[in-house]
Design a protein around this ligand. Structure first.
Ligand code: PMP
Length: 443
């Protein structure tokens, strides 16, 4: 039998009192962002908090637990831990949930963000449905036609697709082995200032960046450069949208840091999650940043998907509860080791088979190697018509460049991802004849 739980706490008082921030975030928002408000029904829900158990709940549009067809849900983890969802836990796993996330999980993940990033102010964290959702919701409240957005060149392909409908003015910043080059960011910011003729509505104010193990280039911005970039962001009044799925997939001696860790001026929106660390299927991510922005995301959540999958949130909550920080760190170490080995073998194989044919960075984090084919202008046919039929798939680099006016993007690059390929398939030379791909042949 199920029990009714008290209504979820909804922090509207805190949201209405978001004026403690000296920065005016509305200047970064488009009309959609500015006019987003809390959903009335969700606000009403918060007004009933504190009403005694046993009251006659004619107000809630919840589903009666009696109709749920589940008696219990059991979960077994690979490490031997297990748990069974029943009673109130089961109820919370199948009932409507709070739009900012199942509160106990939200608390756990907020604590985790604080533990790993130590934001220099009381940044707010809500749950989002994977990185994609957090980036998408941020862009939706900020971008508009002609507004400048600063991105690495190349940059995450789905990020580009998310921006495209808003038709922003793109300013691309070339990377070296340490990520985007600060001097080029300044140059782009100055150019955007001129292009906008000083129109503050169109001024460049959003930098979208994948700072650790960039997708597709695999670069990690070292701490010193992150500090330089952060200083530029302060000087030019930029917001930083930090999309950081590969923070823990770090193959360097020292830990990476996030822009959130540096954010004394409250200008970073950090998007992270468990997709690449535990499971992408559960769609659990976190958005952390200044409350006036995070609350807009929460209001968006209220009227879009409502909340993340309740069962996903409950299973992750229970798993993290079983693990504690120690178990979580074990998982991080395990994942890091799996991918580090694959990266090393992929690099060794590139050295063995592709030496002199391609140029590439050594990825210091993440899942990708960005390769530039030497002496070939366009590799699309090679990738799609010749490599693919022979069973080798990579992503043509074209996908990772934002549209450029009157200029074709480079066509001689591709992204090689080593995360999903088994060790024995990265170099098959020991188990089967080498693949017959001569990437030097003319198209
Ligand atoms: N951002 C970047 C930079 C990514 O590499 C990915 C995964 N491909 C995502 C966002 C999407 O992540 P999620 O599955 O958590 O939405």
């Amino acid at each position: 039998m199920f029990h009714r739980s008290p209504p979820q706490r909804f922090h509207s008082e805190k949201m209405e009192n978001s004026t403690g921030y000296s920065m005016d975030y509305s200047k970064y928002m488009n009309e959609v962002g500015k006019s987003r408000h809390p959903a009335v029904l969700r606000v009403m829900e918060s007004m009933y908090i504190g009403i005694p158990e046993g009251c006659v709940e004619f107000a809630a549009g919840k589903v009666d637990p009696e109709i749920f067809p589940f008696e219990s849900i059991s979960v077994k983890l690979k490490d031997g831990n297990s748990f069974c969802l029943e009673g109130n836990d089961l109820m919370n796993a199948v009932q409507y949930q709070n739009s900012a996330g199942y509160p106990p999980l939200r608390k756990q993940l907020k604590e985790m963000v604080r533990h790993f990033h130590k934001p220099p102010y009381d940044a707010e964290t809500i749950l989002i449905s994977g990185h994609q959702d957090g980036v998408c919701k941020t862009l939706e409240m900020m971008l508009e036609k002609g507004k400048s957005v600063f991105v690495a060149d190349p940059t995450y392909a789905s990020g580009i697709e998310m921006m495209r409908p808003y038709q922003p003015a793109y300013y691309t910043i070339r990377e070296d082995a340490d990520g985007i080059i600060p001097e080029l960011l300044i140059e782009a910011l100055e150019r955007s200032k001129k292009d906008c003729g000083g129109d503050p509505k169109k001024m460049g104010n959003l930098l979208y960046i994948v700072p650790n193990g960039s997708n597709p280039s695999g670069t990690v911005i070292p701490t010193k450069r992150k500090k330089e970039i952060y200083k530029i962001a302060c000087d030019y009044d930029l917001l930083i949208l930090e999309d950081d799925p590969y923070f823990f997939h770090n193959y360097q001696e020292e830990d990476s840091i996030s822009f959130l860790s540096l954010d004394t001026e409250r200008r970073v929106i950090r998007i992270e999650g468990l997709s690449k660390l535990m499971t992408p299927g559960f769609r659990i991510g976190m958005a952390t940043g200044p409350l006036p922005i995070i609350e807009k995301m929460e209001w968006h959540m209220q009227v879009s998907v409502g909340h993340l999958s309740s069962i996903s949130m409950m299973v992750i909550h229970k798993t993290l509860e079983k693990w504690g920080l120690e178990g979580f760190n074990k998982q991080v170490a395990y994942v890091r080791e799996v991918y580090r080995k694959r990266r090393d073998l992929a690099l060794a194989s590139a050295e063995k088979y592709l030496k002199g044919l391609v140029k590439y960075n050594i990825p210091r984090a993440g899942m990708f190697i960005w390769m530039e084919v030497i002496g070939v202008e366009d590799i699309l046919d090679m990738v799609l018509k010749r490599a693919a039929p022979k069973g080798v798939m990579v992503v043509p680099g074209l996908t990772f460049f934002v549209p450029r006016e009157g200029q074709d993007p480079p066509k001689n690059c591709f992204r090689l991802s080593y995360s999903y390929v088994k060790m024995e398939d990265i170099d098959r030379s020991h188990s089967s004849p080498p693949l017959d791909i001569d990437i030097q042949e003319p198209m």
